[in-house]
Design a protein around this ligand. Structure first.
Ligand code: SAH
Length: 219
Protein backbone atom coordinates (compact mmCIF):
# COMPACT_ATOMS: atom_id res chain seq x y z
CA UNK A 1 0.00 0.00 0.00
CA UNK A 2 1.39 3.44 -0.84
CA UNK A 3 1.22 6.67 1.17
CA UNK A 4 -1.93 7.80 -0.67
CA UNK A 5 -3.69 4.66 0.45
CA UNK A 6 -2.69 5.40 4.06
CA UNK A 7 -4.18 8.88 3.81
CA UNK A 8 -7.36 7.36 2.31
CA UNK A 9 -7.93 5.57 5.59
CA UNK A 10 -7.47 8.75 7.67
CA UNK A 11 -11.23 9.35 7.93
CA UNK A 12 -11.77 5.84 9.34
CA UNK A 13 -8.97 6.44 11.81
CA UNK A 14 -10.36 9.80 12.94
CA UNK A 15 -13.80 8.23 13.46
CA UNK A 16 -12.29 5.30 15.41
CA UNK A 17 -10.35 7.69 17.67
CA UNK A 18 -13.35 9.91 18.34
CA UNK A 19 -16.07 7.30 18.96
CA UNK A 20 -14.13 4.30 20.28
CA UNK A 21 -11.41 6.08 22.27
CA UNK A 22 -12.08 9.75 23.13
CA UNK A 23 -15.80 9.39 23.82
CA UNK A 24 -15.03 6.46 26.11
CA UNK A 25 -12.70 8.50 28.24
CA UNK A 26 -9.24 8.26 26.65
CA UNK A 27 -8.24 11.93 26.70
CA UNK A 28 -4.42 11.91 26.47
CA UNK A 29 -3.76 14.02 23.37
CA UNK A 30 -0.37 12.42 22.72
CA UNK A 31 -1.91 8.93 22.68
CA UNK A 32 -4.77 9.98 20.41
CA UNK A 33 -2.44 11.70 17.97
CA UNK A 34 -0.09 8.69 17.89
CA UNK A 35 -3.09 6.53 16.97
CA UNK A 36 -3.99 8.99 14.24
CA UNK A 37 -0.66 8.29 12.47
CA UNK A 38 -0.66 4.48 12.43
CA UNK A 39 -2.66 2.78 9.63
CA UNK A 40 -4.31 -0.19 11.34
CA UNK A 41 -5.22 -1.90 8.05
CA UNK A 42 -1.66 -3.09 7.45
CA UNK A 43 -1.65 -4.94 10.80
CA UNK A 44 -4.73 -7.11 10.17
CA UNK A 45 -4.55 -10.32 8.11
CA UNK A 46 -4.83 -10.09 4.33
CA UNK A 47 -8.50 -10.08 3.46
CA UNK A 48 -9.58 -8.39 6.70
CA UNK A 49 -8.46 -4.84 5.83
CA UNK A 50 -12.09 -3.71 5.55
CA UNK A 51 -12.59 -4.66 9.21
CA UNK A 52 -9.46 -2.90 10.50
CA UNK A 53 -11.34 -0.01 12.15
CA UNK A 54 -14.09 -2.10 13.76
CA UNK A 55 -14.63 -1.79 17.49
CA UNK A 56 -13.25 -5.23 18.36
CA UNK A 57 -10.22 -7.48 18.49
CA UNK A 58 -9.55 -9.34 15.21
CA UNK A 59 -7.97 -12.75 14.61
CA UNK A 60 -4.30 -13.05 13.63
CA UNK A 61 -2.47 -16.22 12.60
CA UNK A 62 -1.78 -18.97 15.19
CA UNK A 63 -4.96 -18.27 17.23
CA UNK A 64 -3.73 -14.88 18.39
CA UNK A 65 -5.56 -11.55 18.14
CA UNK A 66 -4.86 -7.90 17.38
CA UNK A 67 -6.27 -5.98 20.36
CA UNK A 68 -9.37 -3.78 20.18
CA UNK A 69 -8.44 -0.12 19.41
CA UNK A 70 -9.95 1.10 22.71
CA UNK A 71 -7.84 -1.37 24.68
CA UNK A 72 -4.66 -0.24 22.88
CA UNK A 73 -5.52 3.40 23.64
CA UNK A 74 -6.39 2.78 27.31
CA UNK A 75 -3.34 0.64 28.04
CA UNK A 76 -1.04 3.14 26.34
CA UNK A 77 -2.59 6.04 28.24
CA UNK A 78 -2.08 4.22 31.56
CA UNK A 79 1.67 4.04 30.90
CA UNK A 80 1.94 7.88 30.78
CA UNK A 81 5.00 7.62 28.55
CA UNK A 82 7.40 10.49 28.01
CA UNK A 83 9.76 10.83 25.07
CA UNK A 84 12.74 9.76 27.21
CA UNK A 85 11.16 6.46 28.33
CA UNK A 86 12.28 3.00 27.35
CA UNK A 87 9.40 0.51 27.09
CA UNK A 88 9.22 -3.27 27.33
CA UNK A 89 6.31 -4.91 25.50
CA UNK A 90 5.41 -8.59 25.94
CA UNK A 91 3.27 -10.04 23.11
CA UNK A 92 4.19 -8.17 19.92
CA UNK A 93 1.47 -9.96 17.93
CA UNK A 94 0.66 -7.87 14.87
CA UNK A 95 2.95 -5.02 15.98
CA UNK A 96 0.10 -2.48 16.07
CA UNK A 97 0.48 -1.68 19.77
CA UNK A 98 4.26 -1.65 19.25
CA UNK A 99 3.95 1.05 16.58
CA UNK A 100 1.86 3.27 18.87
CA UNK A 101 4.34 2.85 21.73
CA UNK A 102 7.25 3.67 19.40
CA UNK A 103 5.62 7.00 18.50
CA UNK A 104 5.55 7.98 22.19
CA UNK A 105 8.70 6.53 23.74
CA UNK A 106 12.41 6.73 23.07
CA UNK A 107 12.78 3.02 22.40
CA UNK A 108 10.59 -0.09 22.52
CA UNK A 109 11.93 -3.57 23.28
CA UNK A 110 9.28 -6.09 22.25
CA UNK A 111 9.15 -9.86 22.77
CA UNK A 112 6.95 -12.33 20.87
CA UNK A 113 6.63 -16.06 21.49
CA UNK A 114 5.93 -16.98 17.83
CA UNK A 115 8.74 -16.27 15.34
CA UNK A 116 6.41 -15.94 12.35
CA UNK A 117 4.34 -13.24 14.08
CA UNK A 118 7.49 -11.41 15.18
CA UNK A 119 8.89 -11.40 11.65
CA UNK A 120 5.65 -10.10 10.13
CA UNK A 121 5.45 -7.35 12.77
CA UNK A 122 9.07 -6.31 12.15
CA UNK A 123 8.36 -6.06 8.41
CA UNK A 124 5.32 -3.85 9.01
CA UNK A 125 7.26 -1.46 11.23
CA UNK A 126 10.09 -1.29 8.68
CA UNK A 127 7.52 -0.43 6.02
CA UNK A 128 6.20 2.40 8.20
CA UNK A 129 9.81 3.51 8.79
CA UNK A 130 9.55 3.18 12.54
CA UNK A 131 13.18 2.72 13.62
CA UNK A 132 13.14 2.76 17.45
CA UNK A 133 12.03 -0.84 18.10
CA UNK A 134 14.09 -3.95 18.89
CA UNK A 135 12.39 -7.34 18.41
CA UNK A 136 13.08 -10.62 20.14
CA UNK A 137 11.49 -14.04 19.86
CA UNK A 138 11.18 -15.83 23.20
CA UNK A 139 9.50 -15.97 26.59
CA UNK A 140 8.61 -12.44 27.63
CA UNK A 141 7.32 -13.59 31.02
CA UNK A 142 10.97 -13.42 32.10
CA UNK A 143 11.35 -9.87 30.81
CA UNK A 144 14.51 -8.64 29.07
CA UNK A 145 16.97 -7.88 31.89
CA UNK A 146 19.77 -6.60 29.62
CA UNK A 147 17.91 -3.37 28.84
CA UNK A 148 16.18 -2.86 32.22
CA UNK A 149 14.97 -0.81 33.97
CA UNK A 150 11.97 0.25 31.87
CA UNK A 151 9.83 3.32 32.48
CA UNK A 152 6.88 1.40 31.01
CA UNK A 153 6.09 -2.33 30.76
CA UNK A 154 3.03 -3.56 28.85
CA UNK A 155 1.87 -7.16 28.62
CA UNK A 156 -0.76 -7.80 25.95
CA UNK A 157 -1.52 -11.40 26.95
CA UNK A 158 -3.25 -12.53 30.15
CA UNK A 159 -1.37 -14.36 32.91
CA UNK A 160 -2.16 -15.81 36.35
CA UNK A 161 -0.09 -13.16 38.20
CA UNK A 162 2.25 -10.26 37.40
CA UNK A 163 5.57 -12.05 36.72
CA UNK A 164 8.16 -11.20 39.40
CA UNK A 165 10.82 -10.59 36.73
CA UNK A 166 8.69 -7.83 35.22
CA UNK A 167 8.17 -6.01 38.53
CA UNK A 168 11.91 -6.24 39.12
CA UNK A 169 12.66 -4.71 35.73
CA UNK A 170 10.34 -1.72 36.26
CA UNK A 171 12.11 1.64 36.78
CA UNK A 172 11.43 4.01 39.68
CA UNK A 173 9.29 5.84 38.68
CA UNK A 174 7.71 3.33 36.32
CA UNK A 175 4.33 1.94 35.28
CA UNK A 176 3.29 -1.58 34.23
CA UNK A 177 -0.05 -2.66 32.69
CA UNK A 178 -1.14 -6.26 32.27
CA UNK A 179 -4.29 -8.42 32.19
CA UNK A 180 -4.24 -10.74 35.22
CA UNK A 181 -6.57 -13.57 36.24
CA UNK A 182 -8.13 -16.81 35.00
CA UNK A 183 -8.14 -17.48 31.26
CA UNK A 184 -11.84 -16.59 30.88
CA UNK A 185 -12.01 -13.59 33.20
CA UNK A 186 -9.15 -11.12 33.63
CA UNK A 187 -8.69 -7.70 35.15
CA UNK A 188 -6.41 -5.09 33.64
CA UNK A 189 -3.97 -4.28 36.42
CA UNK A 190 -1.80 -1.17 36.77
CA UNK A 191 1.36 -1.41 38.87
CA UNK A 192 3.11 1.86 39.70
CA UNK A 193 6.59 2.05 41.22
CA UNK A 194 7.37 5.38 42.89
CA UNK A 195 9.76 6.24 45.72
CA UNK A 196 10.73 2.56 46.04
CA UNK A 197 7.10 1.53 46.65
CA UNK A 198 4.93 -0.67 44.39
CA UNK A 199 1.21 0.14 44.23
CA UNK A 200 -1.26 -2.02 42.38
CA UNK A 201 -4.75 -1.08 41.19
CA UNK A 202 -7.48 -2.73 39.13
CA UNK A 203 -8.60 -0.81 36.03
CA UNK A 204 -11.21 -2.78 34.09
CA UNK A 205 -12.43 -6.25 33.20
CA UNK A 206 -10.94 -7.69 30.00
CA UNK A 207 -10.15 -10.87 28.12
CA UNK A 208 -6.84 -11.47 26.35
CA UNK A 209 -5.19 -14.57 24.85
CA UNK A 210 -2.96 -16.58 27.18
CA UNK A 211 0.46 -15.44 28.34
CA UNK A 212 2.61 -18.55 27.89
CA UNK A 213 5.99 -19.31 29.42
CA UNK A 214 7.75 -19.70 32.76
CA UNK A 215 5.59 -17.12 34.58
CA UNK A 216 2.53 -17.60 32.38
CA UNK A 217 0.28 -20.54 31.50
CA UNK A 218 1.56 -23.87 30.26
CA UNK A 219 1.98 -23.90 26.45
N1 SAH B 1 -0.58 -6.34 21.09
C1 SAH B 1 -0.82 -7.41 20.16
C2 SAH B 1 -1.58 -8.52 20.87
C3 SAH B 1 -1.27 -9.86 20.33
S1 SAH B 1 -2.06 -11.18 21.19
C4 SAH B 1 -1.64 -6.89 18.99
O1 SAH B 1 -2.50 -6.03 19.21
O2 SAH B 1 -1.43 -7.33 17.85
C5 SAH B 1 -0.84 -11.60 22.41
C6 SAH B 1 0.49 -12.07 21.89
O3 SAH B 1 1.26 -12.51 23.01
C7 SAH B 1 0.42 -13.26 20.94
O4 SAH B 1 1.02 -12.90 19.73
C8 SAH B 1 1.20 -14.36 21.67
O5 SAH B 1 1.93 -15.19 20.79
C9 SAH B 1 2.12 -13.55 22.58
N2 SAH B 1 2.63 -14.23 23.75
C10 SAH B 1 2.02 -15.10 24.57
N3 SAH B 1 2.85 -15.47 25.57
C11 SAH B 1 4.03 -14.84 25.37
C12 SAH B 1 5.28 -14.82 26.05
N4 SAH B 1 5.50 -15.53 27.16
N5 SAH B 1 6.26 -14.04 25.55
C13 SAH B 1 6.07 -13.31 24.43
N6 SAH B 1 4.91 -13.30 23.74
C14 SAH B 1 3.89 -14.05 24.21
Amino acid sequence: MNDDAFSDSQAFRDEMIETQCRQRGVRDARVLSAMRTVPREIFVPAGAADRAYEDCALPLALDQTISQPFMVARMTELLQLGGADTVLEIGTGSGYQTAILARLAKHVFTIEWHATLMEAAAERLARLRIPNVTFRCGDGSLGWPEHAPYGGIIVTAGGPTVPAALSEQLADPGRLVMPVGPVEDQTLVLVVRRDAELKRSDVLKCRFVKLLGAAGWRA
